[in-house]
Design a protein around this ligand. Structure first.
Ligand SMILES: CC(C)(COP(=O)(O)OP(=O)(O)OC[C@H]1O[C@@H](n2cnc3c(N)ncnc32)[C@H](O)[C@@H]1OP(=O)(O)O)[C@@H](O)C(=O)NCCC(=O)NCCS
Length: 449
């Protein structure tokens, strides 16, 4: 099928959006950014400057109290009103996914769209301890149409050795017609107010854009599972000196998985897998510390969104791996309606547990071998679930397998930010030239949706 360069560009743009960035993300790559003073909003917030030398890690402003936080939101223009989106009400949940499906994508004719589902939001916005009033919306006063949204969910983080009671901010979205009107700062202030009222003063958030100041920067990587389809819809081009047959052969995965004992995670495995993950995560500097209920919710509560597997050997679980699904709708294509996309989520392995030093060469080699086989197997699982591309970031220990398993580096970067918390830079799995760093790897162990 002929390549339409416009369409190819759109899909590339769309894949950039996977980093939940906006179009400008492509221009604001890591070396480029505004001067701190030019961030009119962010310079007023408790966030580090780009040039801050961090000696003591911890909260920036720790003198606040919930009773001193205003009881009312900031006023909006008279055409708009604040709302709490009750996502237990199917109509209101629908409002959220219509807003996101139609406005996360920037191309004007909306040829491609994220295909968020009800189930995806139920999974991601309702972890244990979720609060209705942390699903913040703006509606038009007359038609009550939802035109902006931002969410917070509770999370306990570990930042190096310190536990930080926190929230994760996600799904910030403003209707395309209301862009560049400085609504973002008002939304952020409102969600901050509602979170502060609960005596929580820190937040974790990610963005493709550079803001003051990233705690870590990771890069997306994409592993084609169905190369012909990605080629036909224009996602990927044909390299000058390769044929289609060669490309298909390059990305063809084995028919069957290779790891003996790999099977779906079950309820009965939870305690063991929870301990395995906790031990594995201890190597990283930025992680979410789950309660067992949170862990259960994330890995077992939604069978059509998240897929979790374990490797059992001699009645012992040695490895665990999970990925989630967030497809695109492909509009106006005669052959394809949807692009299936899998995202690597949490995993753990005991392969290097005998080595106290994470960078021990023998231990690293064992882990690399184990992960190569495990991740290759989940790519096979994802392919069998009709996913067309598998995404991972340069975080966790992923740089050990990304190149070997033919994950191509993406254009998108994802910056991790901590609100009201000073932290020394955390490794994002990238070398200076932004290639995947298989030696140092990453110290980011949290996976943001
Ligand atoms: C991201 C989005 C909400 C920004 O809206 P906008 O209309 O361009 O920006 P506004 O005029 O409302 O606000 C501008 C301010 O918000 C900041 N901002 C922009 N994107 C931001 C983000 N993702 N996170 C935090 N702050 C952001 C800008 O830096 C600017 O502040 P500054 O003056 O301190 O630099 C909007 O582009 C959108 O909905 N995009 C699609 C979804 C998306 O990418 N969401 C981001 C998820 S991380």
């Amino acid at each position: 099928m002929a390549q339409d360069p416009d369409q190819a560009k759109k899909l590339q743009e769309l894949l950039k959006m996977l980093s939940l960035s906006q179009n400008d993300a492509s221009k604001l790559t890591q070396p480029q950014r505004k001067q701190f003073e030019e961030y009119k909003f962010w310079k007023t917030q408790p966030v580090p400057r780009f040039d801050d030398e961090v000696e003591d890690e911890g909260p920036i402003n720790s003198s606040q109290r919930p009773e001193n936080i205003p009881n009312e939101p900031l006023p909006l223009l008279s055409e708009f009103e604040w709302c709490t989106v009750d996502i237990t009400d199917p109509h209101q949940l629908e409002d959220v996914f219509v807003l996101l499906n139609e406005n996360y994508v920037e191309d004007q004719d909306a040829t491609f769209r994220f295909n968020y589902s009800r189930e995806f939001f139920n999974w991601s916005l309702k972890p244990p301890g979720w609060r209705k009033d942390w699903h913040v919306g703006v509606r038009t006063r007359q038609s009550k149409r939802l035109v902006a949204f931002i969410s917070a969910v509770p999370a306990t983080l570990r930042v190096r050795t310190k536990l930080v009671k926190s929230v994760e901010i996600n799904f910030l979205c403003i209707h395309k017609k209301l862009r560049s009107k400085r609504l973002t700062p008002i939304l952020i202030k409102e969600v901050t107010r509602r979170v502060n009222k609960q005596d929580i003063w820190q937040a974790l958030y990610t963005a493709g854009v550079v803001l003051p100041s990233p705690a870590a920067t990771c890069r997306y990587a994409h592993r084609p599972l169905n190369w012909s389809k990605l080629y036909e819809v224009g996602f990927t081009g044909l390299p000058a000196n390769a044929s289609k047959t060669q490309m298909i052969a390059k990305y063809t995965l084995p028919k069957e998985i290779d790891t003996p004992g790999l099977r779906p995670l079950e309820e009965k495995d939870l305690d063991e897998v929870y301990d395995l993950l906790e031990k594995y995560q201890s190597r990283f500097d930025l992680v979410q510390v789950f309660t067992k209920e949170e862990f259960r919710h994330l890995l077992l509560s939604s069978t059509s969104v998240v897929y979790s597997y374990v490797v059992e050997s001699n009645n012992k679980i040695t490895d665990f791996v999970s990925f989630y699904s967030l497809p695109f709708t492909v509009l106006n294509n005669p052959h394809y309606k949807e692009l299936g996309i899998g995202y690597l989520f949490y995993y753990a392995s005991d392969a290097d547990f005998d080595y106290s030093d994470r960078y021990d060469s023998e231990g690293s080699l064992k882990l690399k071998k184990r992960l190569n086989r495990l991740i290759s197997d989940v790519c096979i699982k994802a392919r069998d679930l009709k996913m067309d591309v598998f995404n991972a970031m340069s975080c966790q220990d992923n740089s050990l397998f990304l190149d070997d398993l033919k994950f191509g580096p993406g254009d998108g970067f994802l910056n991790f930010y901590l609100f009201n918390y000073r932290v020394r830079p955390i490794l994002g799995g990238l070398r200076k030239d932004n290639s995947f760093d298989a030696e140092k790897r990453s110290n980011v162990g949290v996976v943001m949706l």
